[in-house]
Ligand binder design. Structure first.
Ligand code: HEC
Length: 125
């Protein structure tokens, strides 16, 4: 699920440019310096190896069913994950072990982010 649900493409630094050639020990540590900028501000994909085990398995299931993070996190797809699959995902992410740093803080739209960032197209006028 972590592979086919694209989590690594955003939550693992270098995963997309290296076409998935990143060792498992480096998975889900966050997008590192890479941000996503758009009308919402600039977001950074979180370090799931720190954020996920910080909650209980039950709290994780409830959180995913109700959360609404900023773009480009596809929460509407993720909340379709069944409860048994969410529990399996929790156990898998926890099994990778805590590592790395927390992601950089979100920046509001009026704050200029450092490079590198992906710029979302401007909304049509
Ligand atoms: C298109 C990029 C993208 C994909 C794909 C993606 N994420 Fe995210 N995710 C993000 C970004 C960016 C944030 C931070 C959003 C914010 O700051 O509000 C985020 C936030 C989250 C959060 C909330 C923050 C936290 O750590 O508690 C969770 C949980 C999460 N993602 C899990 C996943 C999982 C699991 C997958 C795969 C099933 C996944 N994401 C796929 C980009 C992505």
């Amino acid at each position: 699920m972590v592979l086919t649900g694209h989590c690594n493409n955003c939550h693992t630094a270098g995963y997309a440019p290296r076409e998935g050639d990143v060792p498992e020990k480096d998975w889900l540590l966050g997008s590192g310096p890479l941000g996503w900028r758009g009308p919402w501000g600039t977001t950074y994909a979180s370090n799931l190896r720190l954020t996920v085990p910080a909650m209980t398995e039950d709290a994780w299931v409830a959180y995913i069913k109700a959360f609404r993070p900023r773009p480009p996190m596809p929460w509407w797809s993720m909340k379709e994950t069944t409860e048994p699959d969410l529990r399996a995902m929790y156990q898998y992410i926890k099994s990778l072990g805590p590592a790395g740093q927390h992601a950089q803080a979100y920046l509001p739209p009026d704050r200029e982010p450092k490079q590198p960032y992906n710029q979302a197209p401007l909304p049509p006028k």
